[in-house]
Every structure is written in C-alpha cells, then in structure tokens.
Design a protein around this ligand. Structure first.
Ligand code: G6P
Length: 608
C-alpha cells in the first residue's frame, strides 16, 4: 500500500508532489510526508493524518526546491504517527527515503545497524533503508541504492534523495508498483498514473528489480544487474477529468453514476459487425480450452464477489464446475492447480499482493492465467498469459463500484465466448444474452434516475447498528457485496446470509427494526425468498426488498421495495447492486463520514 511521488524539474517540487499525492490517497491516508532538496539542504516534513495536514503546513511555510519525494501512508509496521510517517532519514538527515511495501528482514538489518551504533527513531521497517544507503554511500547515490537493495527481502517501491546529490533522484521497485513519467525538462516517479496526469502522459512501467536514475533533466533505467534498459514509452489516453470528481461530492457517487458508461464501453466496444464479442486480447484457442479440466476464479474483496457471479456464468454456460476462492486463502491451500487448469484472476488495480502471488504460484505450476483487470500495465496484467480489461475508467474511491459491475459483465462475456467456442451453448442463446446485456446500461441508468426511495431508506437505517443482507443463489453472492459496501463506508455492522441458512442460528439476532435487505431477483427462487422475508418480518425486522419490476407481490411482505427493471435472471445482479451501492453512499453521507476514504482501509492492498 502507500503512495509515493518523486519529482526533479523546474517547478516547485513540494507543489507537484502534494498534488500528485492527492491522487494517490486511495492507497493509504493515515499520514503524509515530503522531503525537498534545495541549496539550503534537505528539508523533511511529515505528519500523522490526512494529506491536508501536510498541505496546510506547506502553505503556511513554503518549501523551496525543485527536487523531492513524498509519501501517503497506510500503516503496516508502527501506528500512524508523525515519527512513523515517511520520509525516513539517516542520522545526519542527509538521506531521505519513501517506501511502499514491507521489508521482511528488517529486524535482522536493524540489529546489524544498531550494532554499528545507529539509533532508530520509528517503529517502521522502512527506517533501515536510509541507514543502509548512508552506510554504502561513497559519493555515488545510485551505487549506494544498488548495494542497499541487495540487502533487502520483501516488497518495495523506493524513492531516495540525498543532500549531497542535489540534482539526483533514485527509485527502484520489487513487487510494489512504480512508474516513471517523462515531462519537458522534468521527470517523475509515482506509484500510479493519476499522480502524474496533470503533468505528463508519457510513462514507463517498471519491472521488478529495475532502477530509475534521474539526474538533471536525464532519466535512465537500469536492470538489477546495472545494465541500461531501453523501454517503450506508454501513452496514457484517459483524460484528467476521468480521474477527478466531475461535479459529484465524492468519487464513490461519481463512480456509481459512471456505471452505464463503463458497462457500455466494456461490452459494446468489443462487439463486431455481426454483434458477436471479440476477445482480442485473449489468445486462448479451442484446443487450449479443450485441455482445461479445472477452472479457478481467485480474487480479493469486491473482485472476489464479482468472481462468485463469474462462477455461476461459467458453470451455466460451459457446463463445468468452477471453484472461486479468496486469494489470501487460496495461496496457502492445497489447490490442485496444474497445467490443465485455467486460473482467472480478477483485480481492479492489478496490484493486489495476494492475487499476484496466486498468479505467480499458478503460473509456476503450468496453469493458464487469465487476468480480468482495470489497470493497463499493472503487474497482474503484465504477468498473465491473457488479459481482459474492464473499461471502467480509473476507480479512485476505496469502495469499489464500477469495477464490480464491469468485472461481472467481463466474466459473462468471457464465459459466453468460451461456451460458444466449446459448443456448450447454441448461437441463438449467445446472441440473446448479448442483446440482453446491451440493455444493462439503460437499466442501471433508470435506477440512477430514481433515487428518492433509496434516500428515504437510508434515513431509516442511518442510526442502526446492525443490518443483514439475504439472498439465494446469484442473489446470495450479491448480498455479500451489498453487505461489504454498507459496512465499509457506513461502519454499520452488516452480514450477508444465504436466506435459507438464516434460521440455523442468525435469526436469533433479528429484533424489532433490524434492517434486512432481501434480494429477490431470481424467478425460480422468488417464492422461497418471500417465505424467508416473512420469517424475519414475523420477528419485527424492517424488510427492504430488491426485486424485478414485475414481481409486485413482494410488497405484501416487505416494508419497502426497490424495483429494478425486468431482465434475465443471470443479468439482474448487475442492476440490483446499484441500489445497494447508493444506499451505502447515502448512509455514509448522512453519518457525516468520509465516503471515499473509510477508516482503516486502502484501495490498493499491496501487502499480505
Ligand atoms: C481492497 C479494496 C477493495 C477491493 C480489494 C481488491 O480491499 O478496498 O475495494 O475489492 O482491495 O482489490 P483489487 O484491486 O484486486 O480488485
């Protein structure tokens, strides 16, 4: 986690860095800091709290200089505090380091450095790095960084500056994301593209072990063996507006409203003249598919919930069992992955540490790896055999919304094409599903256009401590996402249950007024859901149902109903999740919380 930005150019470095960090706060936001190098020396400022605390301090008391590094933190080692914030520095405060990742052997390095007489100020793993750079520095910063990283185990993206090298910045990555940006007479490094969009669209994606050396106006990249590397420049095509709030009060609201467009882009830009889906970036052929006898979908968080729906689609269309698992569990389980396995990894960021680890383990076992991700050039995208990009546009809010719906649509598209290729579905059904999927953007839009009811419901649950989400089949997978959304942005304790399971224990928790969001979009399970709603109504629950428009009968058992447009049962989740996203957003807003940056969370989880 954590975000880093480095700059060397002609502008005020602090301004560029703070602006860049503001686009990376999704990576962590419990403290922020900066080091600026100028003729006057190396100045370091860092504070616990949001980036705004640092920005205010700089506003009051300007930091001069054209070279600097900055950091926004999500604590792993050591609580959020001024001292534990980055940059960390050596004894004489001549070397400053920002770090994203975890140094696994920091304890032994710390002991070694302490034996050399080094005093440690923070509880972080990172602090060993500036001391090591100091130990190896003999007038050549690049050389000192190389020698330092040889000693490190774990994951890192590092930015290093030194008072005695006032026109140099060195950055290096291993298992944590890092890009370099090239401007006119200025160069940058950052954890992610949005940090640089205001200044440049020309970036390099760095591979593991690569080192960036910026000296004056020159930027060079070397591999781990110190050989120069020629890389292709990647031109970023998204507009700056796509990474800013565009009139909404927060990114989550904006991103919820961008779903019709995201779904449309993901689907329709891939349809050929005959209306069929072109999976151009997936190179798997019929013979590859035939070889596969096990399919796994592995992911974390919301992406895992999308994977649960992908499983339903693959099983229904391809007629084969599919195992969906959480990456942090899967990587340590006996998972039977082999060369006849297809492992589908779903990840918005393409950087989630556990998902990436599953990719590498499964690849080593000979499995075919298919990534479904939103971030072009991310580690998962680069290391997979095949990639399918969700075209949701940048997702900034920590709570994932548009990535989820586009992930579901992507997984359905993949399942449909594989099934057609394999001959397990007929062409008529394939075309019927595509036609139905084409109506999704309009369906989602109609929900977005009618939010009054959802706002009313939010008022009714804003003061509750607990909420339950019920569903059966596909709707159960959806209930998990609904409950995650509510808990992460509103802090209401929320749980999802398979509706039939509730009476095996949890129903004991239902009391007068407990909100129970009941998703009933599946025709064949509708009556069963109605019975489950009756069971909780009888215990005093406040029941909110989400149902297809034609199922008006639900009004008899629910206190409030949110209707979604009629659709194919398989596709209704893409619409039914939207009222739950909006509900979570409204409850969070009514509670006066920071919707985009919920406490203790970060968007990109690049640690285990
Ligand atoms: C974090 C985010 C979630 C996200 C999960 C997986 O926990 O807060 O919104 O679903 O990571 O992230 P990924 O980028 O792999 O989809």
């Amino acid at each position: 986690m954590c975000g880093i930005v480095g700059y060397l150019g002609t502008k005020n470095a602090a301004e560029v860095i703070v602006d860049g960090l503001s686009k990376l706060e999704y990576r962590g936001y419990d403290s922020a800091g900066i080091a600026v190098c100028s003729e006057g020396g190396l100045e370091i400022r860092k504070f616990k709290g949001r980036l705004a605390v640092l920005a205010e301090d700089i506003e009051k008391n300007e930091m001069k200089g054209n070279l600097g590094i900055g950091h926004t933190r999500w604590a792993t080692h050591g609580e959020p505090s001024d001292t534990n914030s980055h940059p960390h520095f050596n004894k004489d405060k001549t070397i400053a380091v920002v770090h994203n990742g975890i140094i696994e052997n920091y304890m032994e390095l710390k002991e070694e450095l302490m034996a050399d007489g080094v005093e440690f100020l923070s509880q972080t793993d990172t602090e060993v790095i500036p001391h090591l750079v100091d130990k190896y520095y003999e007038g050549n910063l690049l050389d000192a960084v190389y020698k330092t990283v040889e000693r490190l185990r774990g994951a890192y993206a590092l930015g290093v500056v030194c008072k005695d090298a006032p026109d140099e910045l060195v950055a290096v990555r291993k298992d944590s994301p890092l890009i370099a940006g090239i401007g006119e007479g200025e160069n940058f490094v950052a954890s992610d593209i949005p940090a640089l969009l205001k200044y440049t669209r020309k970036v390099y994606f760095l591979e593991n072990g690569e080192v960036v050396h910026i000296k004056g106006t020159d930027l060079k990249i070397y591999d781990a063996e110190r050989n120069p590397v020629e890389k292709e420049i990647f031109d970023v095509t998204w507009d700056v507006e796509a990474a800013s709030k565009g009139g909404f009060d927060c990114f989550m609201a904006k991103e919820i409203h961008e779903q019709p467009e995201g779904i449309k882009n993901t689907l329709e830009r891939r349809l050929d003249e005959s209306g069929k889906i072109v999976l151009d970036s997936i190179k798997m052929k019929k013979e590859d598919l035939e070889k596969i006898n096990k399919i796994y979908i592995v992911a974390c968080g919301t992406a895992y919930h999308a994977g649960l729906l992908g499983k339903k689609a693959l099983e229904a269309f391809l007629n084969v069992p599919v195992i969906t698992d959480i990456a942090s569990e899967f990587r340590y389980n006996d998972n039977f992955v082999d060369e006849n396995s297809l492992v589908i990894l779903v990840s918005q960021s393409g950087e989630t540490a556990d998902t990436l680890a599953v990719l590498r383990d499964s690849k080593a076992k000979g499995a075919r790896i298919l990534a479904v991700t939103n971030v072009v050039g991310s580690s998962i995208a680069r290391e997979a055999d095949d990639v399918f990009y969700t075209w949701a546009g940048p997702e900034i809010a920590v709570a994932s919304t548009k990535a989820y719906t586009t992930q579901i649509v992507s997984l359905y598209m993949i399942a449909l094409n594989f099934a057609l290729e394999k001959g397990s579905i007929k062409e008529d059904y394939y075309m019927y599903m595509i036609e139905k999927m084409k109506t999704l953007p309009e369906g989602v839009q109609s929900i977005l256009d009618n939010q009054d009811k959802i706002k009313e419901i939010a008022q009714k649950i804003v003061d509750k401590e607990h909420a339950f989400f019920l569903g059966r089949g596909i709707d159960y997978a959806l209930a998990m996402e609904g409950s995650l959304k509510l808990k992460e942005v509103s802090y209401i304790h929320a749980e999802a249950f398979a509706a039939g399971e509730l009476k095996h224990g949890t129903i004991a928790l239902i009391e007068e007024g407990t909100p129970v969001i009941s998703i009933a979009t599946q025709e064949k399970l509708f009556e069963k859901m109605v019975s489950n709603m009756q069971e909780v109504t009888a215990r005093g629950a406040y029941v909110v149902a989400i149902a297809q428009e034609h199922n008006k009968g639900v009004e008899k058992v629910a206190d409030d109903v949110i209707y979604i447009p009629n659709s194919d049962d398989m596709l209704s989740p893409v619409m039914a999740v939207v009222p739950m996203q909006l509900l979570s957003y409204y409850v969070s807003t009514l509670r006066g919380l920071d919707v985009d940056k919920p406490r203790n969370l970060a968007k990109s989880v690049t640690v285990e």
